[in-house]
Design a protein around this ligand. Structure first.
Ligand SMILES: Cc1cc2nc3c(=O)[nH]c(=O)nc-3n(C[C@H](O)[C@H](O)[C@H](O)COP(=O)(O)O)c2cc1C
Length: 341
């Protein structure tokens, strides 16, 4: 069996935290991160995370049950904070004894972190991982009970913040990595980059784009083909057309769907003016749009009208490979880079 002594040494804290062999998370990807990919990641030594997205509590319940049947190692669940049934989804995770819950999409609402950690009389509660866009917020989230942080730069696929991974890592890791577990995400396609972030103090890394087209991923063949053909410059961030509508930018491969999103924003802005809908409702409509568009691309293979969410590392995704091979490649590249130092 191949070993990666330098890498596993630097990943030790992160791997212990997740109960995995390696501190490599596959970030939750709506529609993509379901039972097959999640269990494959965890079974290959990484840490898989189910993307709850817009699922109902009943659907999440079924997905966790199915993933448990396939996974021989721990996996987590990613919940979106603005989901209207967030607390019911938390109950589902607690009832299943899910070990780790990732809260994404905004600041966790009051009581959510506590509810995840409290568990029940016979279930211990889960560890909570949050996204930290700034050092100040990372410290606040840790004080509020978060057990670990993910810092995700704007190179990432899906919903993104404004700051690049390299800058976030420089701002946050030297100040926080000795006292807290920080995982770096966004734009990681090769092990050399993992080596760099581990040396800066990261407890591990999170990748999405690199795993989206794995053999075990249920993404449609058309979706995968679009990834194999694309280069970094094709993965562009969406633009906000109305300053009143605080849409979170999304990074995806350029296609007709990119233009359709501009039209959708204009439609929602008009509803704000003419139908008097509330801002919360407007934002929810935008998020529903993305969930539907991503489903059309991932599940139906509509690569023209659907959303091909992808990070800038997409150019490093050139063929379908089993998850275990991708992880082995990343670990070997990281180990070689550390050996050269
Ligand atoms: C197709 C796709 C869907 C995604 N969906 C979600 C999601 O539902 N929730 C979430 O927290 N992050 C989501 N992400 C972000 C990933 O979890 C991960 O953080 C990101 O892909 C890491 O950056 P990378 O793409 O550069 O590897 C998504 C990313 C992609 C590519």
């Amino acid at each position: 069996m191949t070993t990666y002594p330098r890498t596993t040494h630097l990943m030790q804290r992160g791997a212990e935290f997740f109960g995995s062999q390696y501190a490599i998370l596959c970030g939750a990807m709506s529609w993509v991160s379901e039972r097959h990919l999640v269990s494959a990641i965890s079974n290959a030594g990484g840490f898989g995370v189910i993307a709850c997205g817009a699922m109902t509590p009943a659907l999440l319940d079924a997905e966790i049950t199915a993933t448990k049947a396939l996974a021989k190692a721990p996996f987590g669940v990613n919940l979106i904070t603005m989901h209207p049934q967030l607390f019911d989804l938390i109950d589902v995770c607690v009832r299943h004894g899910v070990s780790h819950v990732v809260l994404a999409g905004g600041i966790p609402p009051k009581g959510s972190v506590e509810a995840i950690k409290a568990g029940t009389a016979d279930k211990p509660g889960a560890k909570v991982i949050c996204f930290a866009p700034t050092l100040a917020l990372a410290k606040k989230l840790l004080r509020s009970g978060a057990d670990a942080m993910v810092i995700e730069g704007s190179e990432a696929g899906g919903h993104i913040g404004p700051v690049s991974t390299s800058v976030l890592a420089q701002e946050i890791l030297p100040n926080l990595a000795s006292e807290a577990l920080v995982f770096v995400a966004g734009g990681i396609g090769r092990g050399e980059a993992i080596a760099g972030y581990l040396e800066m103090g990261a407890a591990g890394v999170q990748l999405g784009t690199r795993f989206a087209c794995a053999t075990e991923s249920i993404a449609h063949a058309n979706f995968k083909k679009a990834f194999f053909r694309a280069s970094a410059r094709d993965a562009v961030a969406s633009v906000q057309v109305d300053p009143r509508l605080p849409v979170i930018p999304v990074r995806a491969l350029k296609n007709k769907g990119t233009e359709a999103f501009t039209a959708k924003q204009l439609e929602v802005a008009r509803a704000l003016d003419e139908d008097g809908i509330a801002m919360d409702e407007a934002q929810l409509q935008i998020e529903h749009y993305w969930a539907g568009a991503l489903r059309r691309a991932v599940i139906d293979g509509d690569v023209e009208g659907g959303s091909l969410m992808a990070g800038q590392s997409v150019g490093m995704v050139t063929q379908e490979e089993p998850v275990a091979d991708i992880i082995a490649t990343l670990m070997a590249e990281c180990e070689t880079a550390l050996d050269r130092r």
